[in-house]
Design a protein around this ligand. Structure first.
Ligand SMILES: [Mn+2]
Length: 267
């Protein structure tokens, strides 16, 4: 009955299954918190998605930007780029089933002790606010009436700052960007999308989001930022993207002991 969290798998099925074996993950009794970006750039997205879907209640998933990209591509709201490796899912006989399941997954998971989203939780929001705003995006994504419209309008870097007066798609887009794409932020909550991965090289006036004074009380679990190499200097915040798809490692965090177990991308 162990709770584990895993970072960005991105279709690295071989490393994923080796890590599950190394941790002796028991799909009947253990729970796997999945920090998002289950797919893309790697070469076996299907096996990863099918395995996690089959975990049912034993998986607690949040969607990442690549998972949303897959959902959007599946309805024609986004074109696949040459870097995308999502064709295995798009052409699979169970594509509809997998995408329908993905659409039901939230942007934040939490229990009494931990809160998880793909990119993190911005300092401008309380926990309750973040949960409520994430839920509003999920409602749009889950509803058969609204999800296509949401997906066609979801992309863009503007607005770059949360304001409670935002409405409609602009509101949903900025919430989605905070929870799935955020890296650098300024004190006022403006997001930057120009900086690269290096956490020490943000634009003037911006810091990594986790260096702002947080309002969250729970320990935070996040992925998305491979440039951190799994290191977050803020106590009680756990960076889990260790760049497996870029030749790094895949990491699982034991939520009972906070010990990490890793495997290399290739043997
Ligand atoms: Mn990501």
């Amino acid at each position: 009955m162990t709770d584990w969290a895993i970072g960005d798998i991105q279709g690295c099925a071989d490393a994923f299954f080796r890590l599950l074996k190394k941790t002796a993950f028991d799909p009947n009794h253990d729970t796997l918190w999945v920090a998002g970006d289950m797919v893309n750039r790697g070469h076996d997205n299907l096996s990863v998605l099918r395995y996690i879907k089959a975990l049912g209640q034993q998986a607690r998933i949040v969607l990442g930007n690549h998972d949303l990209h897959l959902i959007a591509a599946s309805v024609g709201a986004r074109k696949l780029t040459p870097k995308d490796t999502l064709h295995d899912v798009i052409t699979a006989p169970d594509c509809d089933e997998l995408v329908t399941w993905l659409r039901q997954q939230p942007l934040i998971q939490c229990d009494a002790q931990f809160m998880m989203s793909h990119a993190g939780i911005p300092h401008i929001w309380t926990e309750a606010q973040a949960l409520s705003l994430a839920q509003s995006v999920s409602q749009s994504l889950q509803s058969d009436e609204t999800y296509r419209h949401f997906l066609f309008d979801m992309y863009g870097n503007a607005p770059d700052q949360w304001h409670d007066t935002l409405t409609g798609t602009a509101r949903l887009r900025v919430i989605t960007n905070y929870l799935t794409r955020m890296r650098f932020i300024n004190a006022n909550g403006n997001l930057d999308f120009t900086a690269k991965e290096d956490p020490n090289n943000g634009p003037a006036g911006y810091t990594p989001w986790f260096e702002q004074p947080t309002q969250t009380k729970r320990q935070l679990i996040f992925g998305h930022w491979a440039g951190l190499e799994g290191r977050c200097p803020t106590p009680h915040m756990h960076a889990l993207d260790t760049g497996c798809v870029w030749g790094g490692q895949l990491t699982m965090l034991n939520l009972d002991t906070l010990e990490r177990t890793c495997v290399d991308a290739s043997r």
